[in-house]
Design a protein around this ligand. Structure first.
Ligand code: CTP
Ligand code: CA
Length: 227
């Protein structure tokens, strides 16, 4: 609007958002990744910015544009994402939407791994990546509000409740990713908000609508968080 006098409930709030997949290199031309378009995380970052927040988006490799009004940093690997997020602390809130690769190849070959006749495929030695959300959820500079996501194909609520406790989050946005042609890469989302207060089931809606509702919840919660 020409004259915007609407209140910005998140003005002055610094909020970290992770989005997209991570890419874990095997050699210069190959990597391991998760399925993630970055749409949900980017929509949340944009919606937070519309409410006036100082949004710091840490994005893995995605094929979509940086959201308007958001300070975006691009990373490739889980370790890079973790370093970028920790550098951004302290913050008022953090929202972890990224589909971080749980494992990486222990080594990344300096040269392209070649097929060798008779030798068969290379055996990758995998090691676990750091859990970025859990690190921040238990950090001495923990933001007042920490929100995670959970992508599950079974036991959605039970798994989300376990993640809530283990990772030190205030909310877990639980996503059923089991159905065909579902959430991953799509436009729509059906989530449950899991917190200590219980489980709130939201109807199916677009990822933009999920973002709008989630940031309204975040704004509401930050009102009552003592900073
Ligand atoms: N997450 C993270 N760093 C990781 C793995 C996950 O920050 N290395 C965050 C995700 O961004 C998400 C939440 O943790 O907010 C849950 O991710 P998910 O993959 O559902 O859970 P995991 O703990 O990795 O467990 P699993 O994949 O075995 O279900
Ligand atoms: Ca995982």
């Amino acid at each position: 609007a020409l004259l915007d006098i609407s209140p910005k409930p998140l003005a002055g709030r610094k909020i970290i958002v992770t989005s997209g997949p991570t890419h874990e290199p095997i050699d210069p031309v190959r990597y391991i990744a998760n399925r993630s378009s970055g749409r949900q995380g980017h929509a949340i970052a944009a919606a937070l910015a519309r409410l006036g927040a100082d949004v710091r988006l840490v994005s893995g490799p995605v094929g979509i544009a940086d959201p308007a009004g958001v300070t975006t940093q691009h990373v490739e690997t889980a370790n890079e994402m973790k370093d970028a997020v920790e550098q951004l602390l302290p913050a008022d809130a953090a929202v972890f939407v990224a589909a971080v690769a749980d494992w990486r190849s222990e080594t990344s070959a300096g040269e392209k791994i070649k097929k060798v006749a008779g030798e068969g495929p290379p055996a990758l030695q995998m090691i676990e990546n750091p859990d970025i959300l859990a690190g921040v959820g238990h950090h001495r500079k923990r933001p007042g509000l920490v929100v995670g996501f959970a992508a599950e194909t079974q036991d959605l609520v039970r798994n989300a409740e376990a993640k809530l406790a283990k990772k030190g989050a205030d909310f877990i946005v639980a996503n059923d990713v089991s159905h065909e042609g579902g959430v991953m890469g799509g436009d729509r989302n059906k989530v449950r908000i899991v917190s200590k207060a219980g489980v709130d089931e939201w109807p199916e809606m677009s990822k933009d609508e999920v973002a709008t509702r989630l940031v309204a919840l975040i704004a509401e919660r930050l009102k009552t968080v003592v900073v």
